[in-house]
Ligand binder design. Structure first.
Ligand SMILES: *[C@@H]1O[C@H](CO)[C@@H](O)[C@H](O)[C@H]1NC(C)=O
Ligand SMILES: *[C@@H]1O[C@H](CO)[C@@H](O)[C@H](O)[C@H]1NC(C)=O
Length: 386
């Protein structure tokens, strides 16, 4: 008992001295050392942020005169690393699994470098992470399922890498996620159930396949932007899709969709502005119901297998500014409204089977398909005439 008081006092004093001298926690320092050590020294320019990481001084010590000049942000008490935002300096190397020791990290941004190898599954230990961007590197292997444990993650950008495999089916566990970009990778398989707070979903230019499943999008009431172009989606795009309550922009170009069902918006309300369904295999007539979406300003259905006439309603739709219907098998005479006075709609009706498309209108270029192709498309009935 008698010794306990001075001992406690000494211990506290020691703690205080330690806190003043060594600011950054040892676990964070060793993680930063491992982070730098996993990057090829000859890819670290002397003038770069990583070039200034010199562990002879404390990473969080202020002022920073020569060491740790950039890329790291420390907590207000200088004890923990809370952000790593690397400069784009063509750093080449792997992301060390020891990154998991930086448990107070809220931002990890390594975009526009030459990191390669797997995204370490230990990243799941970064439970405070809000922003993760590994955009434009050479990361390969799968999107680790453990990534979906990151409950605080709001922004995830893994685009422009070489990721393969299917998406984790626990994706919807990312309950804070509002922006997801997995575009320009080599991902396969179908779309799993998506996180319900998403505002933007981008998975453009992968090899995703299957139909666009309703259960994956159920409850996504905030979703505004969907970019799923340049994949291998097939089947029918069902009517629920354009009825997603916040939907504004849709890119599903360059897939293999064969049908679209479009209902009128509920109570006439919709923020849908732009739709690109070009370069699919969509059959049937040009969907008239699109004209009931009050804000729709840009619509592409180019290079599909559409038939029949261009609906008169399209020429009366005031909000429409861009309309691409080229590369189909449309017949008849395009509505005169498109060519009356100053043409407010740009786009193309070319490469169809139309007749009487005024050659002087920019909408009528390129020219229509040869008669023989149109005749064959309509079963050789001699209709349409060119
Ligand atoms: C779709 O594919 C076509 C033909 O391969 C290509 O010309 C076009 O740029 C692509 N469009 C988009 C939006 O990816
Ligand atoms: C247009 O929308 C209505 C009402 O939502 C629906 O009943 C109808 O089938 C749709 N028409 C087409 C051609 O899809």
């Amino acid at each position: 008992m008698q010794k306990a008081v001075p001992f406690t006092f000494c211990f506290l004093l020691l703690q205080l001295l330690v806190n003043i001298q060594a600011l950054t926690s040892p676990q964070d320092i060793s993680a930063l050392k491992a982070f730098k050590a996993a990057i090829k020294p000859n890819s670290i320019p002397p003038w770069s942020c990583l070039g200034s990481w010199d562990f002879s001084s404390d990473p969080c010590a202020l002022p920073r005169r020569s060491h740790f000049l950039c890329a790291v942000t420390c907590s207000p008490d200088s004890s923990r690393i809370i952000q790593i935002t690397l400069d784009a300096a063509s750093y080449s190397g792997q992301l060390t699994p020891l990154i998991s020791q930086l448990t107070q990290l809220t931002t990890l941004d390594l975009s526009d470098n030459n990191f390669f190898g797997p995204v370490p599954s230990s990243i799941s230990s970064l439970s405070n992470l809000q922003t993760l961007s590994l955009r434009s590197n050479w990361f390969s292997g799968p999107v680790p399922a453990s990534l979906t444990w990151l409950k605080s993650l709001e922004f995830l950008d893994l685009s422009h890498n070489s990721l393969t495999g299917t998406l984790p089916n626990t994706m919807n566990a990312l309950s804070s996620l509002s922006r997801l970009d997995l575009s320009y990778n080599k991902l396969t398989g179908s779309i799993p159930k998506l996180p319900s707070n998403l505002l933007e979903l981008a998975m453009k230019s992968n090899s995703l396949s299957g139909y666009i499943p309703k259960p994956s999008f159920d409850g996504l009431t905030r979703l505004e932007v969907i970019e799923l172009g340049e994949n291998s989606f097939t089947g029918t795009l069902e009517s629920w899709f354009f009825l997603l309550p916040s939907i504004q922009q849709v890119d599903l170009a360059n897939n293999s969709l064969t049908r679209v069902e479009i209902s009128k918006p509920i109570n006439g309300n919709s923020d849908l502005v732009a739709v690109d369904l070009g370069f699919n295999k969509i059959e049937g007539n040009v969907p008239v119901n699109f004209t009931d979406y009050p804000q729709l300003s840009s619509l592409s259905l180019r290079y599909n297998r559409l038939r029949g006439a261009i609906p008169l309603e399209y020429s009366k739709k005031k909000s429409l500014r861009r309309l691409f219907l080229d590369g189909n098998f449309l017949i008849g005479k395009p509505p005169a409204g498109f060519f009356a006075g100053s043409e407010v709609v740009s786009g193309s009706f070319g490469d169809n089977c139309l007749k009487g498309c005024p050659g002087k209108s920019q909408l009528c270029t390129p020219s229509q398909k040869p008669y023989a192709i149109c005749k064959q498309a309509y079963g050789g009935k001699g209709k349409p005439r060119s």
